[in-house]
Design a protein around this ligand. Structure first.
Ligand code: SF4
Ligand code: SF4
Length: 304
């Protein structure tokens, strides 16, 4: 049955973690497949634009690619009268006058256009500059994947810093598809890129491991989710290792534990081979089908 929730025809599920290496991609890819197999068309968006790898596990077919570009100011030094208006208009310190030359710092520029609009002599024009790309393709419908799964990848160009811009472009591509469920594989951490990925998510699945570092970073991620007012549930990966009481923390904070995936060398081996745990591990279907059921319950409770 396609997803239908309390007053919702579509659902956006973000999968995130306070730090890298907790199994976030494992959960996002297998969960997306579990949702499709339960009957809801899914768009999986790989927002981990610095190092995206969801597509390596899912192998979407007939991939299409589009560049992500931003408008950057370009200064004609001949036409410039060094009035300083552009520098004063820039709220981000991205345009400065150094040694009688107006300089633009693309890594600081937010592409707001303010400098161009205040330059009376018209010395500033804007040019498109590439920062990354979005790739998208579909797992073909089959008996195993009746609802279909679109995989959208945001990929930042090497050396560029405009991760949130690439993430927004990838999410925009997913929005056009109008799938019943969108799964966002967010970058780890709580910085700008994570915020761009979580914005407008209906529910957040935080993946953690039961170690002191895992718990510390989980606490930061929970704080961010609360600031953004997103209902949150936790998946404990490699349960049984680390010895840290994540379950106790979740109980204290009234956060539901959606699943506990035990430490199992077979899971690590399947993942390392680029395989799908839902297909290759005897408990895979139960784990990820169970997470989807728990997410649905969480949504029912949060929005009723
Ligand atoms: S606003 Fe235009 S003319 Fe004035 S300093 Fe900037 S680039 Fe030069
Ligand atoms: S476009 Fe906006 S952020 Fe970029 S340099 Fe101009 S004023 Fe600054």
């Amino acid at each position: 049955m396609p997803f239908s929730g309390p007053g919702m025809s579509r659902l956006t599920v973000a999968v995130a973690s306070g730090k890298g290496g907790t199994g976030k991609t494992l959960v996002a890819t297998n969960l997306a497949l579990a949702i499709a197999r339960a009957g809801s068309p899914v768009a999986l968006v790989d927002c981990d634009a610095d190092a995206p790898n969801d597509a390596l596990f899912l192998h979407p077919g007939d991939a299409a690619v589009a560049p992500v570009e931003v408008l950057l100011p370009v200064v004609d030094q001949e036409a410039c009268i060094l009035c300083g208006a552009c520098r004063n208009a820039c709220a981000f310190g991205a345009i400065r006058i150094l040694g009688g030359t107006v300089m633009v710092f693309p890594e600081l520029c937010h592409n707001c256009g303010a400098c161009t609009s205040v330059c009376v002599p018209g010395a500033i024009t804007e040019e498109l500059s590439r920062v990354g790309e979005v790739e998208w393709g579909r797992l073909m419908s089959s008996a195993a994947d009746p609802a279909g799964l679109d995989v959208i990848t945001g990929r930042l160009d090497i050396g560029d810093v405009k991760t949130p811009t690439v993430i927004r472009a990838a999410r925009k591509r997913a929005a056009v598809l109008h799938r019943a469920v969108t799964v966002l594989d967010a970058p780890p951490g709580v910085a700008c890129a994570a915020v761009a990925s979580l914005r407008d998510a209906d529910v957040l699945v935080l993946v953690t491991e039961p170690t002191p570092f895992g718990l510390h970073d989980l606490e930061l991620a929970v704080e961010l989710a609360r600031e953004m007012e997103i209902p949150v549930g936790v998946v404990i990966n490699r349960d049984g290792t680390g010895g840290t009481d994540v379950v106790g923390y979740c109980a204290k904070e009234s956060i539901p534990v959606l699943a506990r995936i035990p430490f199992d060398r077979r899971v690590a081996a399947i993942y390392a081979d680029g395989g799908l745990v839902i297909d290759e591990h005897p408990d895979g279907e139960a784990w990820f089908g169970g997470i989807w059921e728990s997410v649905r319950r969480l949504v029912e409770e949060a929005y009723r």
